[in-house]
Design a protein around this ligand. Sequence first.
Ligand code: HEC
Length: 161
Amino acid sequence: MERNLNVVLIAVLAFVAGFLAANIFHYGFGSYMPYQQYRLPNKAEYSSNGEMIFMTGVNDRGERIPFTAGPQWLYMHGGGCASCHGDDGKGGIYPMMCGIKTPDIRYSTLNKTHGMSKEDIIRAITKGVGDEGEELDLCMPRWQMSEKDINDVLEYLKQLG
Ligand code: HEC
């Protein structure tokens, strides 16, 4: 009787081990990290690095731009500025889980209407500090971008108007 139980136990353990091994083989360890649970965008679909980051949050070297704050879904599914400020950058969107309307972030609006200098805009994007020195809502991610990436994004914001 005891021997039978051991056989059952070993069979169950072998099944569980096989199941885990098959899953890891199929999905890779990466799939267990929510941060990587999305498909990388294709660089060929974007005309510039700035546009690609704006639309997807991934640069043309295939690196996802790290950020702090921002809603949980952004960590899980990825996304760029367009996910919250719209493809045209005009904002007016209530991003999921945020309860706040996004502002227009076209360069001319930030610069001419809000009087933000290039440095002010960079500070908003990377440190979450608004045009009057106030801390922006935590819905706005604080993006850790290289100088080249941030300059490319600013160029794209200029193209939007
Ligand atoms: C998850 C949604 C979300 C994403 C993604 C996002 N933003 Fe924002 N952003 C916001 C919200 C909400 C605000 C307004 C915060 C407030 O008013 O306190 C904001 C504010 C800003 C501001 C400040 C504007 C002002 O008038 O002070 C800038 C600049 C900005 N975002 C640029 C960007 C850029 C560039 C990206 C992409 C790299 C980006 N945002 C991605 C939600 C988002």
